[in-house]
Design a protein around this ligand. Structure first.
Ligand code: FES
Ligand SMILES: [Fe+2]
Length: 406
């Protein structure tokens, strides 16, 4: 449980809210899927932290990332012509090169060149890694601040990225990512027969063991099974919103990174990057068939008025939740049902919420450091080896050998 003030501090990210400023000034922000951007194609509208931007691929393949509103009189640059490595606003023809330089103001009868130099176009660094475009919205150019997770160095066929828009605050997304206890309940139908992850339903009360890390924290969620073995999932929370989460099968050769990026205070992009280290991903894996889909997994199929589209017939036939679309849809339904920003002063938490509580403590500590004008300890990228953060799901015989994985 949090106070109302703590809840506000943690959840608000737009405008001058400290959480948003902390995120933007210390971390690169995932903004779009690379394959949506075609050279000289339509600019993509991007909304992050309550502000609107356009992202486009120039003629030569470079990326441009500008404020959406034309600096002249505010027409959307999503309507602009994209050609000759520049955007040309269709209203009065002002032209902005991909690197943010204004190169033409045809409505200026004289001194056009000098006028161009004074046009206050706001543009930002962007880079492509692992099929995702990441942008820098903080002060400076973000050099040395990119978090080089293990998946960022893998060949393209080893990594896939998906995302879906969810109508709730970003922290509800992070909490469901890190909450191991819900796996064997909410997802029991989705995970039945799917690798070792189905063991989460065999014991719905995992015991958490937590360890602080330079990037956040890591936990082992331990489920003792009836035969005396233990199913252990070792996952990490990485500032500001990443969960590095174990795969479905016992292996240390891959994983999932889930992250919840604020569109504004009440809307979130829920991202999923799946990767495999030792081999390319199997293209026949069902989820990979959707890699070119606009959004995946499917969003909530309804609204509060129709119980978010829950299918009671499917439930009557044995599906636990009535959201048979995908495992992720089940998460989206419950976190949306909590309301746009859940009031954490009204919760009643138990031992199964250890990871959720740790997420909040870690974020509050970081935020207080930021508000005291320090570089937060967990954002000192030069001291953190993000590539060594590897999730692990394992079934152990007897003794607590999993301790070595923390
Ligand atoms: S509003 Fe864009 S050129 Fe005038
Ligand atoms: Fe989930």
């Amino acid at each position: 449980m949090l106070t109302k003030d703590e809840n506000e501090l943690l959840t608000r990210v737009s405008g001058e809210a400290p959480m948003g400023r902390m995120m933007r000034n210390h971390f690169w922000i995932p903004a779009a899927l690379s394959h949506k951007l075609v050279a000289d194609g339509a600019p993509l509208r991007v909304r992050l932290f309550g502000e609107n931007y356009v992202l486009f691929r120039a003629t030569d393949g470079r990326l441009g990332f500008f404020d959406e509103a034309c600096p002249h009189r505010g027409a959307s640059l999503a309507l602009a012509r994209n050609e000759d490595n520049a955007l040309t606003c269709i209203y009065h023809g002002w032209q902005f090169r991909v690197d943010g330089v204004t190169v033409a103001v045809p409505t200026q009868p004289q001194n056009e060149k000098a006028f161009c130099e004074r046009v206050p176009l706001r543009h930002y660094p962007a880079r492509e890694v692992a099929g995702v475009v990441w942008v820098w919205l903080g002060e400076g150019d973000g050099k040395g601040k990119f978090q080089e997770f293990e998946f960022t160095a893998l060949p393209a066929r080893h990594v896939v990225a998906f995302r879906q828009k969810v109508a709730c605050n970003w922290l509800q997304g992070v909490e469901t990512t890190m909450d191991s206890a819900h796996l064997g309940v909410l997802h029991q139908s989705a995970t039945a027969g799917v690798g070792d992850i189905e063991l989460t339903a065999a014991n719905q009360a995992p015991v958490y063991h937590l360890a602080d890390k330079p990037y956040g924290f890591r936990y082992a969620s331990v489920r003792t099974l009836q035969d005396g073995r233990a199913y252990v999932r070792t996952n990490s929370f990485v500032l500001p919103w990443y969960g590095v989460i174990s795969p479905r099968y016992s292996t240390d050769q891959g994983g999932n990174v889930f992250f919840s990026v604020p569109i504004d205070d009440e809307n979130t992009w829920y991202w999923h990057i799946a990767y495999r280290i030792d081999a390319p991903l199997d293209p026949s894996e069902p989820r990979l068939l959707y890699r070119d889909a606009d959004d995946w997994p499917p969003g909530v199929p309804g609204t509060a008025e129709d119980n978010w589209g829950q299918d009671r017939d499917v439930m009557a036939r044995g599906h636990f939740t009535g959201f048979p679309q995908a495992l992720g849809t089940e998460d989206f339904a419950v976190i949306t049902s909590m309301g746009p920003i859940v009031d954490r002063s009204r919760e009643f938490l138990g031992a199964g919420d250890g990871a959720v509580i740790a997420v909040r403590r870690t974020l509050l500590r970081t935020l207080r450091e930021f508000m005291a004008e320090q570089t937060p300890a967990l954002a000192r990228h030069e001291h953190i080896d993000y590539a060594e953060i590897r999730p692990r799901a394992t079934v152990f015989e007897g003794e607590a050998q999993w301790r070595g994985l923390l």
